[in-house]
Design a protein around this ligand. Structure first.
Ligand code: PMP
Length: 350
């Protein structure tokens, strides 16, 4: 058997599980990260991108020369653009304006067309990223609307791959799985697999303040109206079919401040360059773990790479402007950028 891959799509999945050793030195629990940024497109969404396209090809919903269309916060777009590049499909993505510049640039690098829609409109508004994507799919011949929020091939791929990988890597010793939910595919698919293996495994969703999923889970209706927040890719202002609330064992609300703080700490203390939805999931995990009596093995999904947020979470100016960092704290930080003269003067002071 050859030792090389026939194309980059074959490298999707089989991501490492890494124990977090430094961030909670006094915790009685063991935290493990499923490091999904090591997928070739840089996020967990590569898995479902390949699945949703190959399943559509098998069904005949997408034919050679066709166009892939999707409403995406970025990562699914990157996965689909990667698949489109390898398989020769055109790609058009609609994306709310709040998503980072890097995400737009990456999609364009793969040759995709990016259409920016307003962030603060209702999902059924004609200019929402869902409605605009639907319109393109109706008008363009040979178009396939991927529909990740409702497409059952999304959670199915996590049931087939992510869930079994977690089970194998933990040798069955997993007590709790924690992640955020955007489409819900990751948690729903992993929950189904892990609970089939062991019904005692708890599945917890970390939900940004401003998302409605928490209310739908605990109150079956929206109590706090949807609000805006800075963490990307998780939380919702509608209920996707792929959020299978009956598979989840609890929800915890997480603020932007909590998520961004721990994300920055994670990179610096564990060497894992992840994005803010990973930090959000980890905060959710800690909140859930506080309620556990016995020490537990807790697996946290880290969906994407911090490289997509260099202009945001890892840019002090942006953090200060968005009220997430105190300007004073940045002035003397060891990791501030200095000219050689400044650094040498600093040396003399000591
Ligand atoms: N984090 C990020 C950064 C994402 O882009 C997504 C996907 N929207 C998720 C988490 C959530 O994954 P899922 O769609 O499987 O719920």
């Amino acid at each position: 058997m050859s030792k090389y891959y026939k194309n980059i799509l074959e490298t999707v999945g089989h991501t490492p599980m890494v124990q977090l050793k430094h961030i909670f030195p006094n915790s009685k629990h063991n935290y493990f990260a499923k490091v999904e940024y090591l997928n070739p497109g840089g996020s967990i969404k590569d898995r479902v991108a390949v699945a949703m396209i190959e399943d559509a090809e098998r069904r005949g919903d997408l034919k050679p020369g066709g166009t892939i269309i999707e409403a995406t916060s970025g990562n699914t777009g990157v996965g689909l653009a990667l698949v489109g590049a390898v398989k020769g499909y055109k790609c058009i993505f609609t994306m709310p304006e709040k998503m980072s510049e890097e995400k737009r640039a990456i999609l364009r690098a793969y040759g995709a067309r990016v259409v920016i829609t307003p962030s603060s409109v209702e999902p059924d508004h004609p200019m929402s990223h869902y409605s605009v994507a639907k319109k393109f799919a109706q008008e363009i011949p040979g178009a396939f609307l991927v529909n990740q929020f409702h497409n059952p091939d999304n959670p199915k791929r996590h049931y087939e791959t992510t869930g079994p990988e977690i089970w194998d890597q933990m040798e069955g010793k997993v007590d709790m799985l924690v992640g955020g939910a955007g489409t819900g595919g990751t948690l729903s698919g992993c929950a189904k697999f892990l609970k089939e293996k062991n019904p005692q495994v708890k599945v917890i969703c970390a939900d940004p303040i401003g998302s409605i999923l928490y209310d739908l889970y605990y109150h079956k209706k929206i109590v706090d109206p949807p609000g805006s927040y800075k963490v990307e890719g998780v939380g919702e202002d509608m209920l996707p079919d792929n959020v299978h609330l009956n598979m989840y064992d609890g929800f915890f609300k997480v603020s932007d401040q909590e998520a961004f703080d721990i994300t920055r700490e994670l990179v610096a203390k564990e060497g894992l360059l992840v994005g803010p939805s990973s930090g959000l999931a980890l905060v959710g995990a800690v909140k859930a773990a506080e309620k556990l009596e016995k020490p537990a093995n807790i697996v946290v999904i880290f969906p994407d790479s911090g490289r997509a947020y260099l202009s945001k979470a890892f840019n002090d100016k942006w953090m200060v402007e968005n009220g997430l960092l105190d300007a004073e704290d940045t002035k003397n930080a060891f990791n501030r950028v200095l000219t050689a003269e400044e650094a040498l003067a600093d040396l003399k002071k000591k």
